[in-house]
Design a protein around this ligand. Structure first.
Ligand code: GLC
Length: 458
């Protein structure tokens, strides 16, 4: 295909995207990533998702043995080898016997579940998802049937999943767990396509690996443990389905809902199942018909990574959250605590700033739905809640005129005010009923340079 042709196709797709938001006869384009893989939700799924859809903002926590030295590993001369990420065990091909020894020194004495949950809560987050088992196969909970876990193998002997579940209950956050499904580098029976994400250094023969054995021996008992030991598990956040069969994905979904009917499952349970789709490190260009969530790192890594100081400023996080909410999605923002059990200070500072904005403006995020505007305004984003429209102004217009296209409503009753102004002072507003354009006179300066919210109601 010529470059011109592809450009034309892209343009046509973009035009369709721009048009689609109110045109119910045009099928909505699917957001990218695995969101498009899940089937349309049934009524039970919609019920399960009710709180989740209103929540909009959650905390993702990647914490495991890889956190001990910030995804680095001591080499033979005592120097720290760069493990790349929480995939360190695979990147450096560390033999299981060796990797497991990290557990001997994993002693996160500064861990305080109440503090972690308070950090999330004060940031305005409504749920929390922690890695119960990542690809390295080490369980960060007291896992039944498998002693390769934090309680049995570390000098710390505590169960952070239990402590976090309790702290979430106390502080009224929903609690969820991440589980690496089709990758497990501690188990001999987990093949991946061409062995590309398998433990081939301890277990080289991929042809001998039988996923079903691992599924029976480890996955089902561990998922059962997670759902029976800790009270309500609000979300089961699977990763990397890899070689799981449709029958196994179905069996897992059934097992989960037998134990906890309200537990929400993400699309990475595999084979088109699950309640919602996942986007990783990206935000789709438009809203989708299905529920979806973007998970994203606060710096450049999921697991705590030594020397990674590329923190996203609070302003970017807030803009991302608003962008996501304006397209009907959720934002699961990740932090990677250290081997000592601390969320890095810069992350804490960022989250505090985000929380300040959320305290003043959360009403324009929680319980909102995707914007129905046909075009994305260049000054920011729009969220809606019933008849109320929230205009999120990221770029304050220099001439003080906020132009809102395409408001189909009765001119006579439309009013505008700044969300943060408690006295509800009305802003001057001009509504052209013919072309639907509303022009609002703004004060000279924004109340918050990151995002000042104007409320349109009638
Ligand atoms: C990426 C990472 C994985 C992480 C996941 C979270 O796939 O490789 O380690 O857990 O993102 O979505």
């Amino acid at each position: 295909m010529s470059k011109l042709n592809s450009a034309l196709i892209l343009l046509a797709a973009a035009a369709l995207l721009a048009l689609k938001l109110r045109a119910s006869d045009i099928p909505l384009p699917e957001p990218p990533n695995d969101a498009s893989l899940i089937a349309a939700p049934d009524a039970a799924s919609a019920d399960r998702l009710a709180w989740w859809n209103a929540a909009r903002f959650g905390m993702f926590i990647h914490w495991g043995l890889y956190s001990q030295w910030g995804c680095h590993y001591p080499g033979t001369n005592g120097e720290l080898l760069n493990g790349g990420s929480e995939h360190m065990m695979q990147h450096l091909k560390i033999p299981l016997r060796q990797y497991a020894k990290i557990a001997d020194v994993f002693d996160p004495t500064n861990f305080n579940a109440g503090e972690w949950v308070a950090i999330a809560k004060n940031a305005g987050m409504k749920y929390l998802v922690i890695t119960a088992k990542h690809h390295d196969g080490f369980a960060m909970f007291n896992s039944p049937g498998d002693d390769y876990n934090i309680v049995k193998r570390t000098p710390w002997h505590r169960d952070p999943v239990r402590e976090l579940a309790e702290a979430c209950r106390k502080q009224d956050l929903k609690f969820g767990v991440y589980y690496s499904l089709g990758r497990d580098w501690a188990d001999p029976d987990v093949p991946t396509r061409n062995g590309y994400r398998s433990n081939t250094w301890d277990y080289p023969d991929e042809s001998k690996k039988i996923f079903a054995s691992y599924f029976e021996r480890k996955v089902k008992p561990q998922i059962t443990g997670l759902l029976t030991q800790y009270g309500p598990i609000a979300v089961l956040w699977f990763d990397t389905p890899e070689e799981i069969s449709k029958a196994e994905s179905l069996e897992l979904v059934e097992l989960i809902h037998k134990l906890q009917p309200d537990c929400i499952i993400n699309s990475r349970v595999g084979n088109g199942l699950g309640d919602y789709g996942v986007q990783e490190q990206q935000i789709p260009g438009a809203a989708g018909v299905k529920s979806w969530e973007t998970c994203m790192t606060l710096n450049g890594h999921w697991g705590y990574f030594l020397g990674d100081e590329k923190w996203k400023p609070a302003s970017s996080v807030i803009h991302n959250l608003v962008d996501i909410a304006s397209k009907g999605g959720n934002y699961l923002l990740n932090v990677g605590p250290t081997g000592q059990g601390e969320i890095p200070q810069r992350a804490v500072d960022d989250l505090r700033q985000i929380g300040t904005w959320m305290k003043a403006n959360g009403q324009s995020i929680y319980g909102t739905t995707a914007s129905l505007l046909k075009v994305q305004p260049q000054w920011g984003r729009v969220t809606e809640n019933g008849e109320t429209i929230y205009l999120h102004v990221f770029n304050w217009p220099v001439d003080g005129k906020l132009i809102v296209p395409d408001i189909e409503t009765n001119q006579a009753t439309l009013t505008a005010h700044l969300l943060e102004e408690r006295d509800g002072k009305e802003l001057k507003l001009d509504h052209n009923a013919e072309n639907g354009i509303v022009v609002i006179d703004l004060p000279a300066k924004p109340l918050d340079p990151i995002d000042t919210v104007v409320v349109l109601t009638h």
